[in-house]
Write a protein that binds this ligand. Sequence first.
Ligand code: PLP
Length: 376
Amino acid sequence: MIYFDHNATTRVLPAVREAMLPYFGDEWGNPSSSYRFGSKLRGVVEKAREQVAEFLGASAREILFTSCATESNNAAIHAALKANLQKRHVVTSAVEHSSVLTYCRALEEEGVRVTYLPVDRDGLLRLADLKNAITDQTAIVSLMWANNETGVLFPVEEIAQVCKARGVLFHCDSVQAAGKVAVDVQKLPVDYLSVTGHKFHAPKGIGALYVRRKAPFSPLIHGGHQERGLRGGTESVPLLVGIGKGADLARKHLAGYDAKVRPLRDELEQGILGSIAGTELNGHPTQRLANTTNITFHGIESEALLILLDQAGLCASAGSACLADSDEPSHVVKAMKPQGNASRQMIRFSLGLENTAKEVEAAIDAVKRATQALRP
Ligand code: PLP
């Protein structure tokens, strides 16, 4: 198998699994219990919080554990709307992940006004559009750092400055950025920032939300006193240990990430664009994550190509894994290129640290053979 779908999920690293195992075994207590067998696990939970905090440049008190980034994203927007009930406007973009877009659509049904900022052909925002969209009614701006389908990077520093200048809360979905570019909330004046473990070699089912000190927060999940009363639910100690260890390793691997992954991605991209007719890159050529390439194969439906690639042992996808069961075209590519079929005829390849040049060579070959079979 050649795994080129790291934006969908990543393998749990052996070191992460090892770190988690005791908490699936003998150390099965509840950290909220008063007796030692449980309460000694509080330190384990706090160590994980510190590891995630260090990964993001935050302090541990600013990290809230969640079940996934979908929850983190919902929680941030929810918190901002709760903070001031007079402010009933959200600004986001047309290319966000479904965890933001679907929640925004649900909010619209409750009377919240949502502005979906457009993007250009390269997938980039116009800052002027953002400035024009913000009003006195705006509760929060929620924009992603790196797009999961194209890897396009939004100018988050500038976005944060605009929000700060206008006194509007800023939430950044940093799920695809974390582990691929340096995420440092000391440098980025963001109020809320979401990450999820399974994109950086930790398990699925565990995420985190950074909430800047003094940023308003009210729980999305009401329950017990866990997470300082900000999110109810008994802590999953093994998953917390997993995200902590994953964050620690991702922080250590970051320095070598670009140098290792970018040449492989470029080789794949150039190999496909240079040798297969009727192909087109989706996404800005340079303002993009080092690992992602999104390519339209004109005249070939994504589904058909994916089936042949799967048969050749190559894992890739046609957009977000969360929507892979629908036959909707990619909303991201559609927002960039509304005319034509680019959004129905594209494949996303997303590489990772474990990929090799040999795999890239084999993948180019598999893509060539599949496109020849589909375009007789
Ligand atoms: N945001 C982005 C940009 C994503 O790529 C994903 C996952 O695909 C999510 C949010 C949701 O993450 P989770 O699966 O942890 O809910």
